[in-house]
Each structure stands twice: as structure tokens, then as C-alpha cells.
Write a protein that binds this ligand. Sequence first.
Ligand SMILES: *Cc1c(COP(=O)(O)O)cnc(C)c1O
Length: 359
Amino acid sequence: MNKAYNFSAGPAMLPADVMTKMQSELLEYGNSMASVMEISHRGLDFMEMSQRMEQDLRDLMDIPNNYKVLFMQGGASSQFSMLPINLLRGKSIANYVNTGQWSVKAIAEADRYCDVHICTDSHSNGYTDIADFDDWSIDDNGAYLHYTPNETIAGLEFDYVPEVDMPVAADMSSTILSRPCDVSKYGVIYAGAQKNIGPSGLTVVIIRDDLIGRVIKKQPVLFDYSTQANNNSMYNTPSTFPWYAAGLVFQWIKDSGGLTNMAKVNKEKSQQLYTKIDDSDFYSNPINPRYRSWMNVPFVLADGSLDKLFLEKSYNANLLALKGHKSVGGMRASIYNAMPLEGVKALIEFMSDFEKQYG
Ligand SMILES: *Cc1c(COP(=O)(O)O)cnc(C)c1O
């Protein structure tokens, strides 16, 4: 097999050590005489594994005891609906921050259940910048404030947590575990797994326990956080293989120096790539430097007619999935935790060579 660096936005690459470990124990998990995909989620082997997985995540993120960790299905997209259903708690207004296309989807879903108050809207600057927090409008009657710490498509990332007098809900799908996080500043954190946690099919929800249990009447039982909170996330059959894989990723992060070290490496990776982009007239990135994402780095070529060639040649150089989102065009390098610094260096070298040849 050729060694390739995979820049996919999600499902994204997994750490090589995790893949090797999965391969080595695929046919038999522990001494169970069966694959982890074939054993009961109620059996001792799986229960032990899932308890360790939750504890590892709690250790990594230093999650306070009054927060529940739920392992769910349905992706971040189903959380767009679960949030208003669970968090409105008798109120009729919710505050939403619009910094990109995932914000827009969360807003559209909340709009089915309540009056959405838009605190700030980056649509007018093409999702390249975030207005100063002091200039936001926040409705004090809102039940909660929702925002997207990292907008995966444009590569726009907050460098702070908005502080308001109501629970803050955050869609951390593409930035969870990329750096230390003060969980106590949030009411709810949620993330689809397929960017920084593991394979798709698992959704992690971290929620302050007092926010659970006041769901809008007559909603599906699985859309009530208390259903999974009261059943160790096993009200119904969990996505067992993604749970297992996530557990290995958590162990890998712990063994790699935890979130402090992830942050150090992620910062370095993104800085090197942005420096390459900024130092050239051939590549550009339009995001306000303060809010540039550490995880998703979009860039366009000065001459868009070279896009196809860039993609062909980069693919042949074993640099995969660099095509940008269709709404932004150009390229996007997603450089989540699993992408080593050498992968980013290989991309930078390729970009320099390509520029020399065609710039
Ligand atoms: C990928 C992504 C989603 C969508 O997640 P699904 O698991 O496909 O529902 C939502 N929000 C953000 C910020 C994302 O990056």
C-alpha cells in the first residue's frame, strides 16, 4: 500500500497506530472469541470497554462531574433538532450565531421549534470574519445561545467562548479534542465523530445535567437526552464499532500527550500552512487571520483554471482529498489531530513545486 496523506474534511483520516491496532484485534476482541462487532453491548467485554472509553474522554477534556457524556447516533445534524427540543425548557426564543453553513443548518432546524434570534451574521462578509462580541445583539429572553466554534467549510474558527447569562451550546464537530477546552463554560457540547474522534456513526454529547429532562411534549423518545442519560447511552443498540474505535483514538491522544500536545502540534501545522499561503501570490485564504481555523485550511489558486491540474498532480503525489467545498471553490486541507506534521510539510512542498512550475 502506498503511504498517502488524506486531507478529507470528513470522514477523515485516523491515526495510523489506531488503524493497526484495530486490524490486529479485528477478528477477536480480547479473549471473547468474536469480533468487537459481533459481541453483545451488554456483555462484560463491551461494558468494560465503553466505561474506559468514557473515562478517557472525561480525563482528556477534564469534564466536570455534573456533566453527562452521551454517545448517540444521528450525527451532529440530529443534534440541530435535539437542542431546541431539550433546551427551550418552556421558553420560546433561542439565540443563534451565524458564522457559516453549519450554523445555517442549525438555525433552520431551531426555526421549527422557536423564534430564532440571530446574534451576529457573517453572511455579509462571506463567512470570512466574526463581528466583535461587544457588537452582538443577544436576546436576554433566549433559552440558550448556540454557536459553531469551527466552521468546517470556510475554515472560520473562534478563539474564545462567548460568555452569556444562559447556557451555551456548541457544535464542536470539527474542532473537539484539537486543544484544551473549559467544559464548564458550556451547557452542551456536541460533535459528530468522523472528523476528530473516529469513524462516522457516533455522536458525542457532553451536557450539564440540570439541562436534561424538560423536553417539549410528544417528541420521539430517542430525541430526549434523558433517555440515553438514564441508560448509559444504551437505550437501544449503540454503534458498537465506532464506540470501540473512538476508545482507541482517546487512548492514542492520551499516549500522545493529551490535548495540550494536540494543540501544540495543531497550531504548528496550521501556522506553517498559512505562512506558505500568505508568502505566495499564487495561493490565498480570505479569512481574518485572527479567526483562521486550525483544522480546515481552504485556499484558492490565483488562476482557477489550474484547479483540476492541482488536484490531479497532488493526488498522484499521494496527497488526497484536497478539493475545496463547492461553495468556496479551490482547495481545502483538513488537518485534524490524525494528520502528522510531516503530512502538512509534504503538502507545502508540493504547493511550492506546483507554483514554481505553473505560477
Ligand atoms: C460535519 C459537520 C456537521 C455534520 O455532521 P453529521 O454528522 O454529518 O450530521 C455539522 N456541523 C459541523 C461543524 C460539521 O463539521
